[in-house]
Write a protein that binds this ligand. Structure first.
Ligand code: ADP
Ligand code: NI
Length: 216
């Protein structure tokens, strides 16, 4: 069995049945999008595949806020499967740096492989699937769908982003609409265009329906 299949075997059951938008199918989509982008942009395919598979392992959103746990867990899994240390270190760096950390925080990603996996993860956070995942996650967090009394915030740092209560429509302004300009690769940017437009049109319709009484 290939190393990629062995990792799938090891992690798949942890993600199956998740109801927050971080289920196995999200991981599979990120893997497929990453492979597609790699075909156009290059980069080490094994590092990309392993990072895509492990990018949400022990995510800070689900492990009680521990930030660098993902890289440690990813390294343990790859170590058990006798993957070379050099590959493990590259995957660990990507897993630790893939996440969005707030509107006014630059995300560091210094290798092509990481830029590709980050694009794939961000593409799955926007568009039709992104909209569905965002409301699923909002429900899991007991967030309101929308609350016109709450303003969207452009968070200055990660702890502000992670700890400020929001509502799901605001999350579009705090993250999802900003991702278009944060896609790293040309291929990612071109895949992002249609997804971004779809979110804008969804938000326009949402506000139009919300303000129905004011307009009629
Ligand atoms: P990241 O690793 O950058 O946090 P993920 O791939 O783990 O991205 O996915 C984050 C998902 O959770 C996205 O669909 C995102 O929109 C959703 N999400 C995160 N925070 C919130 C929030 N406060 N409200 C609604 N959805 C959220
Ligand atoms: Ni993800």
């Amino acid at each position: 069995m290939s190393i990629v299949d062995q990792v799938i075997d090891e992690i798949k059951s942890q993600f199956e049945g998740d109801a927050t938008g971080h289920d196995w199918y999200h991981i599979e989509r990120v893997l497929n999008l990453s492979r597609f982008i790699q075909l156009k942009e290059g980069g080490d395919l094994l590092v990309i595949e392993l990072s895509a598979l492990l990018h949400d392992i022990s995510d800070h959103k689900f492990n009680g806020g521990k930030l660098n746990e993902g890289g440690i867990v990813a390294s343990e899994i790859l170590g058990r499967l006798y993957v070379e240390n050099e590959i493990i270190e590259r995957v660990k760096y990507i897993v630790d740096n893939v996440s969005y950390k707030g509107a006014k925080t630059k995300s560091e990603m210094n290798c092509l492989e990481g830029k590709i996996v980050q694009d794939a993860d961000r593409l799955d956070a926007i568009g039709a699937i992104g909209i569905a995942r965002t409301f699923a996650y909002g429900g899991h967090k007991n967030q309101a769908i929308y609350d016109p009394k709450m303003n969207a915030t452009l968070h200055k740092n990660f702890s502000e982003y992670a700890n400020t209560k929001t509502n799901t429509i605001n999350h579009f302004h705090e993250k999802l609409l900003l991702l278009k300009n944060r896609l790293n690769t040309k291929t990612g940017q071109s895949l992002g265009e249609k997804r971004h437009e779809l979110m804008e049109s969804f938000l326009n319709s949402f506000m139009e329906e919300w303000n129905f009484n004011k307009m009629n």
